[in-house]
Design a protein around this ligand. Sequence first.
Ligand SMILES: Nc1ncnc2c1ncn2[C@@H]1O[C@H](COP(=O)(O)OP(=O)(O)OP(=O)(O)O)[C@@H](O)[C@H]1O
Ligand SMILES: [Mg+2]
Length: 371
Amino acid sequence: MAGIIIKCLSKFYGGKDSGMAALRGLDLEIKDNQFVTLLGPSGCGKTTTLRLIAGYVTPDAGTIRVDNTVVSSPEGVAPPDRRGMGMVFQNYAVWPHKTVFENVVFGLKLRKVPAVEARRKVLDTLALVNLGGLENRLPNELSGGQQQRVALARSLVVEPGILLLDEPLSNLDAKLREKMRVELKQLQRRTGITFVYVTHDQAEALALSDQIAVMHGGELQQYGTPDEVYRRPANKIVADFMGIVNFLPGEVRAGAGEAPVVIIDGMEFDGFARLGDSVKAGQAVDIAVRPENLRLARARSEEHRLSARVTERTYLGNLSEYWVELPTGTVLRAQTHPLEQFGVGDEVFLAIDAAECSVFPHVAEPARAAA
Ligand SMILES: Nc1ncnc2c1ncn2[C@@H]1O[C@H](COP(=O)(O)OP(=O)(O)OP(=O)(O)O)[C@@H](O)[C@H]1O
Ligand SMILES: [Mg+2]
């Protein structure tokens, strides 16, 4: 199996002088036998990165190494079929008039694998993706999830060291997507193949990955474990993309250090998870608070110090979601146990789990040009 080292990789589609970077200065180390996800909003450069790794696109700068051999640089690119990689595209396109077996055996025929051996490999691979016994079906006799697994089997049968997957579950319904998620993760563990997976769905990335590369505007924002990117976001972009987040305004009292004190609504709070290095005493900050890290109570207490009023409530079955407004006008979203019930208009008191919250410098929104 194989690891990938990406150094300073850039791609400008309109030529290097266009300034239009689809990808800018990407550094990424994908270890052998890992499940790594490229995550970010539409247009952030995920597919571009995957196509660069696959060898379909030539970089304008930087290198890609696989097992210490340079496979891509502006000087040259090893062709896709020489890279020992498989790729599953977003529109997984199985051939409709070929049986499952014929779909999967294709890559082996190209490589002139003898028929008996090819048959064994196809049947083994179909068993691996839980399609055993379906080899003579046509794609229209399969469910969407089964067709997706045919596409997977087609890439796996040639035993790639690296499998590249571009939003492979996006055409499936929510329930099937969740089921396939678990299957993909198990498949990666069983085969030991390095998976590079692209998605814009943060829940999918959290569920599947050993490491997540969060991208935005063609640049890498953070590379870390699911826990790190969710609980210790490197910046506001990551905090915002990795789930629901409130940005609660405050002001730093002590200097930036290990135990900063932040003033919120005239009260001192401490114990925050992270304070950006550039945060200084007296500076305005935004505290990233996830809805599950706000707790509501009917009475003021040492913990429940911030007073607020409930403006909206949504019942979601396994939890209740509240919109609460501080006297300053800031509206926060909080999630609580469904049996904890408050009504719209109720006065509540909020506790913040500071250890789960990161503090970032406040950057004023650029003034809108007058219409
Ligand atoms: N062949 C191309 N020619 C010119 N520009 C391109 C080309 N392919 C992509 N781009 C641009 O490069 C940027 C990154 O595109 P890319 O396809 O990598 O995004 P993505 O993260 O995969 O988005 P999505 O989630 O929508 O698939 C976009 O601004 C896109 O318009
Ligand atoms: Mg894409």
